[in-house]
Write a protein that binds this ligand. Sequence first.
Ligand code: NAP
Length: 247
Amino acid sequence: MRFENKTAVITGASRGIGLATAKKLASEGANIAVLYVGNTEEGENAKKELEALGVKVGLYYCDVSDFEASKSVVDSIINEFGGIDILVNNAGIIRDQVVLNMSENDFDAVINVNLKGTFNMIKHTYQQFRKRRGGRIVNVSSVVGLTGNAGQVNYSASKAGVIGITKSTAKELAAKGVTVNAVAPGFIMTDMTNTLSDRVKEQFTSVIPMRKGGRPEDVANAIAFLCSEDASYITGEVIRVDGGLAM
Ligand code: NAP
């Protein structure tokens, strides 16, 4: 029970990697604030699943790209849970196109959710982390933030930016006992990758040294490690969870 009496805020926790992370932390005692933006039924289902693990769960509608809305949700969580110990910035979207066909809207939308959303959540929780003199922030980047990828200029730029935010915030908060790290997943089997054709999925997995896609739980396990006491002397690090794809 590594997270007993801790409160974890997880953005995009209604499904995929976010939900797997919420379940992992809850199964080890963490109370969870689930942030979602799309499907309320999915959010309610996630809440029920997590409550069944015996922890306190709050469900919050929050578009992380909205500066004011994310501030008011963070304030509510601090009121209702008494403080935040763990922040996992997981919410993310894709709008893939080669540059030639990428619209300004597609570029802005991805940067606003993936990069600005991460900034917004860190900005609004920053002061309470400093005052508590402790805590964990884990940002979900991507291997394409390290390597780039054709058709993902917006996404790879946002995820490279997330690594920049991670390292800069880690330097700012290290002396306050707050660690800030990132995970960089490779090809993980969630709704985000389910939309790809079987042919494209096969192309992806054929270049992964482990010859298979990852499970959301594989990423959740790495996030949980970074949130735990075992990782207390690790900050500003990026852990790839990719079956060897980007080594
Ligand atoms: P997913 O299944 O599509 O889930 C995305 C989550 O983000 C959903 O819970 C969604 O909420 C939430 N979300 C989207 N826009 C949001 C916004 N504006 N405000 C708040 N929440 C928002 O994706 P996933 O595969 O689990 O991905 C999770 C993270 O891992 C993302 O940052 C993604 O970029 C990263 N990642 C994924 C892979 C992969 O292969 N799957 C690889 C590398 C990195 P709703 O359900 O309410 O829409």
